[in-house]
Design a protein around this ligand. Structure first.
Ligand code: GLC
Length: 665
């Protein structure tokens, strides 16, 4: 049962696709106040668990902290942070009473989940203009599935996107890309994608390619594809302000950029220097921006990543003027009177400053709306611009698309990566814990920068993180300029890296099949243990193991120098350890607690009692995988329903896409 309540005059976010009639009155759960803005309060019991919030900090159970949905370009994902890049306002309270809540509200909204008062769940926002959906079901899992049905089918990428991808901010020339390709091919490490970060562009201008570094770009794209690798360029939200640059000129002429109150185009500095933000919320501007992806598609490009779309602002012109005035004032003061910390905060605070988001406006169907009131929809609509354009350009073909910023609804148009993490063990664990929450909010195609984006990675961290990445639909190693090089061939003994990435390719028939089933049935690819074993009270507290699809459980090692880890089995399972050179070991483990040894070059997984999974022989690319002759791992007599298609077209519903496999011995 889903009930919808409307407060005030909400902005139409198009997050929800199902028709749901509006109820009169108030929800049966909690207390609503419209006295100061809007708030929803609910007293939790001790045993209540709160799931959801998608891309958010901390654990699977969100209790005990305060989270703010306010899409933010903050690369320091420390434990104290309350906002990351996404805004996914869906939670499920599971315990004495079990119900789901979706707050469809596109501005800043706070989820205080037992932080200010341990038992009080309080969701509050500034304006009482929102849609609140209250979802009931048999249990938390059932509620999540109802929510997913309500927001429409999750994005489905092409099959090659299940391969491994290498990225690094700093690859500039053809030679840089060829070096990466050779590094992989020479070491026989599978690779399907190399990502192009901002340096492929001419002066960081969207929809341009640096002609000096990429003479005959389409020829180069073709050459790489012949080697089995797709180039995946980045597109940034801000359009460089530069006379003669057609995207800029057109945007100005047609009035497609976000404007200041006085009607002038708002200017913010991002990578290219001064930029204007395309008005992604304006359908015409969205169509115009999306059509520009054609420039790269016509040169053979089949996938993109959309970045800086919170939108990130290094500084605005107004913000810089204000800062300069403050600095001038200090120049006249005696050193001892200068508050150094305040000064530091002031300088640092110039980026992504909340005041800047009040300085520009969108124009939607002739109505003007201040950006901060719809802030969390920007990345969503940038990605929608791209996806809608793909449908116009090649309607029958799937494109790879993922974004940094997002809101519920964007899950229909693309996936996400979790932004600028660091080469920290704690971020490996954060990656693991975030995955099921993202799935609950519709984001199935997702993953983190494996090995960590910021800071220098160690060999063991990259290996352990890749071993988690084996299971994340988006498996990409990405790092920031200036950090230690962390491609899989940089650390010696490359066989260890090959073994782990090959394990991904061996498992692709299973992982792809489970992804597709999850997407087609509005189900979860990653589940917390509690969703599969609702009666098991110990399982409810396990946050470092995940169920994947219907057959397996993953329990990655996430601590440095650990030779293995403790794992909890909610039922009897087959413990499989994938080793390099195509080897693996199997051992039946009984329900309960175990310590399992896992070497740095091994990938552990657990197959549920009575189930089996298909595995292929490894290959260098997804296209080369032989899925006719699949080996079945698991319990004798078990059956598996395999989903397989051409990985390109959109005819998902064909019955031939399903094939029953049986493990006979
Ligand atoms: C942002 C992105 C990162 C990218 C960098 C340069 O920080 O999150 O992935 O490498 O910009 O484009």
């Amino acid at each position: 049962m889903i009930r919808k309540y409307i407060f005030g005059e909400p902005f139409e976010t198009e997050a929800v696709t199902e028709e749901i009639r509006t109820e009169a009155g108030l929800p049966d759960y909690g207390k609503i106040s419209e006295e100061e803005g809007f708030s929803f309060s609910y007293w939790m019991c001790e045993e209540d668990i709160v799931y959801g919030l998608g891309e958010a900090n901390r654990g699977i159970n969100k209790r005990g902290y305060c989270y703010v949905s306010d899409c933010t370009d903050d690369p320091n994902h420390t434990e104290d942070k309350s906002s990351l890049y996404g805004a996914h306002n869906f939670i499920v309270v599971s315990g004495r009473e079990t119900f789901g809540l979706f707050f469809d509200y596109p501005a800043r909204i706070t989820f205080d989940i037992g932080y200010t008062e341990s038992d009080l769940l309080k969701v509050s926002c500034e304006a009482a203009d929102l849609k609140l959906y209250v979802i009931e079901g048999e249990n938390a899992y059932d509620i999540v599935k109802k929510f997913r049905r309500m927001i429409g089918r999750s994005y489905i990428p092409p099959k090659f996107a299940f391969g491994f991808g290498q990225s690094r901010w700093g690859y500039k020339t053809k030679e840089d890309f060829l070096r990466v390709l050779q590094g992989y091919r020479k070491n026989h490490i599978p690779l399907d994608m190399i990502y192009m970060d901002i340096d492929y562009m001419q002066g960081y201008k969207d929809f341009t390619v640096n002609e000096k570094n990429f003479e005959d770009f389409s020829g180069f794209v073709r050459q790489m594809k012949e080697e089995g690798v797709r180039l995946i360029p980045i597109i940034d939200a801000g359009v460089k302000v530069e006379k003669g640059y057609p995207v800029y000129e057109e945007g100005v002429e047609k009035g497609y950029f976000c404007k200041r109150e006085d009607g002038s185009d708002f200017t913010a500095a991002v990578w290219p220097g001064d930029t204007h933000f395309p008005d992604m919320l304006n359908p015409e501007a969205r169509e115009w921006f999306g059509d520009h992806y054609r420039f790269l598609i016509h040169q053979g490009i089949e996938g993109f990543w959309n970045d800086m779309n919170e939108p990130a602002i290094f500084y605005s012109r107004e913000g810089m003027e204000e800062l300069k005035a403050v600095l001038h004032k200090y120049l006249e003061e005696e050193e001892k009177d200068i508050p150094v910390w305040e000064l530091g905060d002031r300088i640092e605070g110039i980026a992504n400053h909340p005041e800047d988001y009040k300085r520009f406006y969108h124009c939607i169907d002739g109505c003007r709306i201040r950006h901060d009131k719809v802030h969390n929809l920007y990345g969503y609509n940038m990605t929608r611009a791209a996806a809608e354009a793909f449908d116009r350009i090649e309607p029958d073909k799937r494109f790879l698309m993922f974004s940094r910023s997002s809101y519920v609804g964007m899950h229909r148009y693309g996936g996400i990566w979790t932004g600028d993490n660091k080469s920290w063990w704690s971020h490996l664990l954060l990656n693991l814990k975030m995955m099921p929450s993202l799935n609950m909010c519709g984001f199935l195609y997702s993953g983190a920068d494996l090995g960590g984006f910021g800071c220098d990675a160690s060999r063991d961290l990259v290996l352990r993180w890749l071993a988690l990445g084996v299971f994340t639909p988006l498996m990409r190693n990405h790092a920031a300029v200036g950090t230690r090089e962390q491609e899989a061939y940089q650390f010696g003994d490359t066989g260890d890296f090959r073994g782990i990435i090959e394990t991904r390719y061996r498992l692709i028939p299973y992982l792809y099949s489970e992804y597709m089933k999850a997407a087609l049935q509005d189900d979860l690819y990653f589940k917390p243990l509690a969703f599969v074993y609702p009666q098991d009270s110990f399982a409810a507290g396990v946050e470092d193991q995940l169920m994947i699809g219907d057959e397996i459980m993953a329990a990655p090692v996430y601590m440095q120098n650990a030779k293995g880890r403790y794992v909890y089995l909610p039922e009897r399972m087959l413990f499989v350890k994938f080793k390099k050179d195509g080897l693996y070991t199997e051992e039946i483990l009984e329900k309960g607690h175990h310590y399992v040894e896992v070497a740095l070059d091994e990938v552990p997984l657990f197959i549920r009692e009575g189930r089996c999974i298909p595995a292929a022989e490894p290959a260098q690319t997804v296209a080369e995988l032989d899925t006719k002759e699949l080996k079945l791992l698991g319990f004798p007599g078990a059956e598996y329903l395999l989903y397989e298609d051409d990985g390109v077209c959109k005819d998902y519903e064909k019955p031939e896409n399903y094939r029953k496999l049986k493990k006979t011995n």
